[in-house]
Design a protein around this ligand. Structure first.
Ligand code: GLY
Length: 394
């Protein structure tokens, strides 16, 4: 990117962010976030644990054992703040917290290894270039690809015996979120020169494109396959309002996922698909004025439904990347979401909200879990979006 364009953009974005937030700039938003998360960092180091959300008493909810799909986001957040501030305390916190989860790299009973390791060790490797982080990514990718089934053309998300949702009787469930695990596979192919990882990522992206979407560009949450024939058995939901609804975070993962697939492949079909998903989101009659979606686009009591700031943050970060491939076509909606998230409605006052940055996210309403709370991944994607905006770097 040339310097003039980059400077102009920074001014433009600062102006837009400034308009509705009393002259706050991207920098000051990052500083506010850092200040808030510094308190969380102290708590995390004292507890030697990884913050996930808040509990019913308003204290910190730490990650769950034996493993937790959100456990990589905190170290990733620390890495981003280290990269932005060059303050070694963030680097130390990142290293300590990712060490706590390193032994999960060989797990083969769940698909979340990309979420966990790409956002922690992946950030570590990209930011520091240190070889020691590479092998963890390779090991985690080797574990992840054991779940790939050639007949289906996908990586299986959840085990069907003894795992979450096992009672549903599915045979080979694949959730839309799984697209996010592909980034680690693309990265590891680049790092190692072994195309196996990339080929699996492409197969998964293509099968998902074929089976997970409705004609309007919205996505189902879960597609259950026959592992012997690859036939689609069910299209349903786990965390959305209904099987035929558009769960907000699922749409956000899809948008981010296909934008990322385009980054690594330059295959235009992924770019077109990401734009189709963006179009579904941004033109939906239930997409609210402030750009931070309701937890499900088809939730029955809109406008009296809960918002999901985590979906807004993921969408903002994805739209910023998509903008770089489309002559800034999605820059304004991305800035609009960020502007809303940065205002008083969604950004916590210092010392509140368990010292997380963003309020009003949703884990899973059907499970009565984490409703209208802060979430470590909401903060992660919010900070990623701010850093992307500031540096215009992807
Ligand atoms: N990947 C799990 C979720 O988005 O809630």
């Amino acid at each position: 990117m040339n310097i003039i364009k980059s400077t102009t953009l920074l001014l433009f974005s600062s102006t837009i962010l400034g308009c509705a937030t009393n002259n706050d700039t991207v920098d000051s938003r990052l500083q506010n976030a850092e200040k808030q998360l510094t308190v969380l960092r102290t708590a995390s180091l004292q507890e030697n644990n990884i913050p996930r959300s808040t509990n019913k008493e308003g204290g910190i909810r730490w990650i769950e054992t034996p493993y937790d799909w959100t456990e990589g986001f905190w170290s990733g957040t620390c890495w981003m703040l280290y990269e932005h501030t060059k303050d070694n305390q963030w680097k130390e916190a990142a290293i300590i917290s990712q060490k706590l989860i390193e032994h999960h790299k060989d797990l083969t009973n769940d698909h979340d290894l990309g979420f966990i390791f790409n956002n922690s060790y992946g950030k570590a490797y990209r930011i520091t270039g240190e070889e020691q982080y590479k092998q963890v990514l390779v090991d985690a990718s080797n574990a992840l690809i054991t779940r790939f089934n050639e007949k289906v053309g996908c990586i299986q998300s959840w085990d069907v015996v003894g795992n979450w949702q096992a009672e549903r009787g599915w045979r080979f469930p694949v959730i839309i979120d799984n697209l996010m695990n592909l980034e680690m596979l693309f990265e590891v192919s680049n790092i190692t020169g072994d195309s196996t990882y990339r080929n699996i990522a492409i197969a998964h992206a293509n099968t998902t494109m074929q089976n997970h979407f409705r004609p309007d560009g919205s996505s189902y949450h879960v597609v259950d396959y026959d592992p012997e024939t690859g036939e689609v058995l069910h299209r349903v939901t786990a965390q959305g309002f209904a099987d035929e609804s558009a769960w907000a975070r699922g749409q956000a993962w899809a948008l981010y996922g296909y934008t990322m697939c385009y980054r690594y492949t330059k295959d235009k079909k992924y770019l077109d698909f990401a734009e189709r998903i963006a179009n579904f989101i941004l033109t939906h009659p239930n997409y609210p004025e402030d750009g931070v979606p309701y937890w499900d686009f088809n939730a029955p009591n809109i406008p009296n439904e809960i918002r999901d700031a985590s979906s807004g943050a993921i969408m903002a970060s994805a739209l910023l990347e998509l903008s770089t491939y489309t002559n800034d076509k999605y820059l304004e909606p991305a800035l609009h979401i960020l502007n809303s998230l940065s205002g008083d409605t969604y950004t916590a006052e210092p010392g509140e909200n368990g010292n997380f940055v963003l309020k009003h996210s949703v884990g899973s309403i059907p499970h009565g879990n984490e409703i209208d709370v802060p979430l470590n991944y909401a903060d992660y994607y919010y900070i990623e979006a701010l850093v992307r905006l500031k540096e215009r770097r992807l």
